[in-house]
Unconditional design. Sequence first.
Length: 226
Amino acid sequence: MYVKQEECLPLAKDLYQSFHRDFNDFMAEDHNYTTAYLNLFDAKIDEVEQQEFSNSVLTRQKQTTRELYLLGDQIRLPLKKLNLRIKRAKLPTNLVTDISADIRNRNFEGVADKLQRLIQILSDNASQMQAAGMKNDVVLLLKEARVEIAEKADMQTKMIKEVSGKSDETRHLYKELEAFIRHICEDGKLMYEGTQKADEYTIKKMIGRLHKNAAKGNDENMESKK
């Protein structure tokens, strides 16, 4: 699974906790897992963390990414309810399913584009959708969500390009850290196959948990500001 640069450090820190706990199992599995390897992984995490701390653009990019994840989570349930009404109205479109897939795949430019097309379909078939039970405020909710997602996705893209324009050394650091993640996960996933612990070494599940925790943190911050 593709790992975005802004996901690399939190993934590595999460993985390190599991790896450190299970280190004796890894040493028994492969003699290349030594204390020196464990220390190198820890040192690489520290090195990337220091790099991120000194990079204000990357900090803003990560915050924007978290906000996009939260926006995506906020429209999941309304989209599920809307899809039910679309099926009842017998409208020939799979846009809701496609949007949900884009949210899962973190393709928020695609989300914004497809939301615009969905809004047009709903507007063109308003009476049919209302007869199928669609609430009057759904189109407005989707319009507001689309504008916010489009703005933040555009902002994210610009910041990603700016971050990507940094030195080869910076990009190399992330590649090195990602190599640790993939190497450890390849072994860990097989070592604990069939157990719940395998999820801690499955990158797709780790990323899902990362996004869920980020969205939860944003919700708590918004509540504290009320």
